[in-house]
Ligand binder design. Structure first.
Ligand SMILES: Nc1ncnc2c1ncn2[C@@H]1O[C@H](COP(=O)(O)OP(=O)(O)O)[C@@H](O)[C@H]1O
Ligand SMILES: [Mg+2]
Length: 220
């Protein structure tokens, strides 16, 4: 990556021009972003990877969000100060997309993708230190929120991800810290799992981007 040309991404012998520089701003081209995402997807996940026409709206939202296109985000109802809550059925491609989108903006600080389940396993071993480790100022995407078991450390139960979300909410308010999550759960199920308080905080810190519940499983 060249520092002055973050919109030109070089992969081996190929370069992908994702837009053009106008003044000191990059104007991204959505179609070119899709070409790059599909190519990167193939190199990461294998030749079977392809972008689906039915996912176009989701891709448009996520692309505009990652490149911080203020005009389009406003139209799309996306708040650039908030994170993304990407929901949809198992296998629709949530985790893959969150992985791939980071490559589109190599000049931005990348979020670490951490499975919620692993965080709870960490908690079971290490206890509340784990909540500090993920409730801090680092930039994370919590993957598969809602499938993790209840944490248990020395006989004490803890809704680990709920606690972490509350900690990060405080940082969102005080320092604009962003968090992303992926989940198979809908709003109702999230509330059942984490309670009203966490759910209402989630509304404040996330833009909801939802795959249709009938989106197919891309493993098949
Ligand atoms: N656009 C795609 N084209 C082909 N295969 C895909 C695509 N997106 C994801 N996959 C594959 O489908 C499976 C499920 O994708 P994943 O991102 O893990 O879904 P989710 O996180 O929504 O459950 C993975 O094996 C992934 O490699
Ligand atoms: Mg996933």
């Amino acid at each position: 990556m060249s520092k002055s040309k973050p919109h030109i991404i070089v992969e081996g012998s190929e370069s992908f021009v994702l837009g053009e520089i106008k003044g000191n701003q990059i104007t991204y081209n959505f179609e070119q972003m899709l070409v790059y995402l599909e190519s990167k997807g193939k190199s990461v996940y294998g030749q079977k990877f392809r972008l689906f026409e039915e996912d176009r709206d989701i891709l448009f939202k996520l692309c505009n969000y990652v490149i911080k296109d203020e005009v389009n985000c406003k139209k799309l109802g996306l708040d650039l100060n908030k994170g993304i809550l990407l929901s949809g059925p198992v296998g629709c491609g949530k985790t893959s997309l969150m992985q791939l989108l980071r490559y589109v903006v190599p000049h931005q600080k990348a979020y670490k993708i951490i499975p919620a389940r692993n965080i709870v396993f960490g908690f079971n071993h290490l206890g509340y230190k784990t909540i500090e480790d993920y409730g801090n100022g680092n930039y994370f995407c919590f993957d598969d929120l809602g499938v993790e078991p209840i944490g248990r450390h020395y006989g004490k139960d803890c809704n680990v991800m709920g606690e972490i979300i509350l900690s990060r909410y405080d940082l969102f308010i005080s320092t604009k810290l962003k968090t992303h999550v992926t989940t198979n759960l809908n709003a109702q199920e999230l509330e059942e799992r984490y309670g009203k308080r966490v759910r209402s905080r989630m509304r404040e810190v996330f833009n909801l981007v939802a795959f249709d519940k009938n989106t197919g499983d891309k493993r098949k």
